[in-house]
Design a protein around this ligand. Structure first.
Ligand code: IVH
Length: 675
């Protein structure tokens, strides 16, 4: 019996260690936080009864050892974790423990601050005399990773503090991502053929631990402060006031929060939060209670891995069992075929769920859920509910295994899955209705054809009416002019404005045209490269049809094999060829003129920062490029000019340090006009 217990404990410890590693070092957890907590609790319970079998380090580890690649920085004040409460009783016990420790009577109240427990990555920011010095991750609590360069790209992290901060101030808080930002990021990731992130937490952690800060800069990261490490002078007598101080220094705080007098208030806050959870723009996995009085906090101190003055009241796991009615296939705007579980509607943590994602083909294979099975649904940190697996009711084996279609369910074209990729896609490009509207949206967007009068709603309206199905139809919209005038919301003026905007778009620079086509992986940078390389649309189009196309593309700096493949797939697709032929009848594609070779800006490197008074960033960039300048995104010794507008931040500072010439918008346009 005891032998068995010992073995169980060893297995649990190994399992916990494995999940610690997956979560902290790899940002790729395999189980939900709730499942992890369950493992920990099972182990903790056994360890309490059988301390002789405890596996060293299992309960005291916070996070995982830092990964290689970043410089290590030791925390002056260790970054600890929080104990967990899973129900009201645990919260009562927590308060009672503090009373005992402080020798207070059983009815004494300890005013505490209730805060959301953000689900992200904790970070410590060091400031000296108000200047940002470095940013460190928690790591193992004692030593973390130096992610300063990445932190500098996050707008919530001030480079310089306002007000009167203490000489030394370490601000601690959470790096996290809003759900809608996460969704958009994942769209971009999948579009570029990169794997999507599992949830906002992983996306935030993965983005923060990029070795290239330029990548971090493109990620929608936020920072919310909630505590501090080393300080050279106390911030305030209470947490509540200290928070206000942090805010006055320029930090965003985690919110909403409440100052609670009694345990009842804490639990009320928890219930309120639990109900509002789904409506918050970000993921939280519970509520944190912290003693407000900082003197009391100090007296209470710490136990092994957590403060005695704080606790995390975790939200219940949002999982439920329901019937899987069917598996259907959705075709996304990039043509990706996504399997969707159609469920018997069920309440999961306060939200009715009738559909869940099954991610992709391999996932279905792995989970082997079949129509008719009872399945576990989870609405954990994720935006889209997931299927965890099935619970066999004895009939699983006789139910039909799902066969993933090899044709697009929307248009019937072949759907292929390139080797090494997880996603199967419809090959019908512009002709598949599921993709057409999205393609059209992209076509008219800024940076592409830029037809301002054709907003999303108008486009959808025209699509529904059957007036616009391909970009070609946009240029023939005057055919419907009379009908359009009859429609609600349209007047002579708005119709003529729309037609005017479309007329203007008939002159399109080649790079914009290539970008507007919405070819997978071909963003505006690559479109520019291609335009410069091939100079005219005719020579580009001809080259794409030639046998040497692939070799020529790959030989270009900045074009990889996978991009070349997507380009060729696009240009050899008969439907696309037809649309392109018709489109080039409507549009004059301006060849990429050689950039200016004389003039003050020719061959110079320019960096833009801040908001310019009249020019959009795109317009200013284009002007600089036309004048023969290279536009870079960060300031270095190679930078010739920094053009700064309002709210210019670290780039301006860097320019000053390096002695780079700084121009206002006016100065910039003056130089341009000099030719
Ligand atoms: S206080 C010594 N407050 O939860 C106190 N942590 O489980 C340490 N977290 O590492 C942290 N929201 O990443 C604190 N309002 C909050 C929090 C919070 C999220 C995270 C943080 C911490 C972990 C502890």
């Amino acid at each position: 019996m005891t032998k068995q217990i010992q073995q169980t404990m060893q297995e649990l410890a190994a399992e916990i260690a494995r999940h610690d590693e997956l979560y902290h070092a790899k940002d790729a957890p395999e189980i939900s936080d709730a499942e992890y907590d369950l493992l920990r609790r099972r182990y903790e319970k056994l360890a309490k009864d059988y301390p002789q079998y405890a596996v060293a380090g299992t309960l005291h580890k916070v996070g995982a050892a830092p990964v290689a690649g970043f410089r290590k920085i030791a925390h002056v004040v260790p970054m600890l974790s929080l104990g967990n409460a899973f129900d009201d009783e645990d919260v009562m016990d927590f308060v009672q423990r503090m009373r005992r420790f402080l020798n207070l009577p059983d009815d004494a109240q300890i005013p505490s601050v209730a805060e959301p427990k953000l689900d992200g990555l904790s970070l410590s920011l060091r400031y000296e005399r108000g200047e940002f010095i470095y940013a460190v991750t928690r790591g193992d609590g004692a030593i973390g990773e130096d992610v300063t360069a990445n932190a500098r790209t996050i707008k919530d992290i001030p480079q310089k503090l306002s007000g009167h901060p203490p000489d030394v101030l370490e601000v601690r808080g959470e790096i996290f991502m809003h759900r809608d930002d996460f969704q958009r990021l994942n769209d971009v990731q999948t579009e570029a053929g990169r794997p999507a992130f599992a949830n906002p937490r992983n996306a935030a952690a993965g983005s923060m631990r990029q070795l290239d800060p330029m990548i971090t800069a493109t990620r929608p990261l936020r920072f919310a402060a909630y505590t501090w490490g080393e300080v050279s002078a106390p911030l305030a007598p209470t947490l509540w006031e200290a928070r206000a101080k942090l805010q006055s220094f320029g930090f965003q705080l985690n919110a909403p929060v409440a100052l609670c007098e009694t345990e009842k208030d804490l639990l009320e806050f928890y219930q309120k939060f639990l109900a509002a959870r789904a409506d918050l723009p970000f993921d939280i996995d519970g509520v944190v209670y912290k003693v407000n009085d900082l003197v009391l906090q100090n007296q209470l101190g710490f136990v092994a891995r957590a403060p005695r003055w704080a606790i995390a009241h975790k939200f219940p796991a949002e999982q439920a069992l329901t019937r899987l009615n069917a598996i259907t296939i959705q075709v996304g705007r990039t043509g990706a075929l996504t399997p969707v579980a159609e469920l018997e509607p069920i309440n999961v943590g306060g939200v009715m769920v009738s559909r869940a994602t099954l991610h992709n083909e391999d996932e279905i294979e792995r989970k082997d859920a079949r129509a008719g099975d009872m399945v576990w649904v989870q609405r954990a940190g994720d935006v889209i509910p997931q299927i965890l697996g099935f619970k066999d009711d004895g009939h699983h084996a006789v139910r039909a295994k799902f066969v993933f279609p090899d044709h697009c369910p929307v248009c019937g074209a072949a759907a292929v899955r390139p080797e090494g990729e997880a996603v199967r896609r419809c090959t019908n490009g512009l002709a598949c209705p599921a993709q057409a509207l999205e393609h059209l949206r992209h076509f008219v967007s800024r940076g592409a054809a830029d037809i301002a009068g054709l907003g999303e709603r108008t486009l959808a309206e025209f699509y529904e009416l059957g007036w616009v199905r391909t970009p070609v139809d946009i240029f023939q919209i005057e055919k419907h002019q009379d009908e359009l005038l009859q429609r609600e919301g349209w007047k002579e003026k708005s119709v003529s404005n729309l037609l005017l905007a479309i007329e203007r778009a008939r002159q399109m620079p080649m790079a914009r045209f290539i970008y507007a086509l919405g070819i997978r992986q071909i963003g505006d940078t690559t479109a520019k490269l291609l335009a410069r390389h091939f100079s005219s649309w005719e020579s580009f189009y001809a080259a794409m049809q030639s046998d040497e196309a692939e070799a020529e593309l790959i030989a270009m700096d900045g074009v990889g094999a996978s991009m070349a493949k997507d380009l060729l797939a696009f240009f050899t697709e008969p439907h696309n060829q037809k649309v392109l032929r018709a489109l080039t009848q409507e549009i004059q594609i301006q060849p990429e003129g050689p950039s200016q070779t004389s003039g003050v800006l020719s061959g110079k490197t320019v960096v833009f920062t801040g908001t310019l008074p009249t020019l959009s960033r795109d317009a200013a960039k284009a002007m600089a490029e036309r004048a023969g300048a290279k536009v870079a995104s960060s300031v270095s010794a190679k930078t010739d000019f920094v053009v700064a507008g309002e709210d210019a931040g670290s780039k301006l500072k860097k320019a000053a340090e390096l002695g780079v010439k700084v121009l206002s918008e006016e100065g910039f346009t003056e130089i341009l006009n000099q030719g």
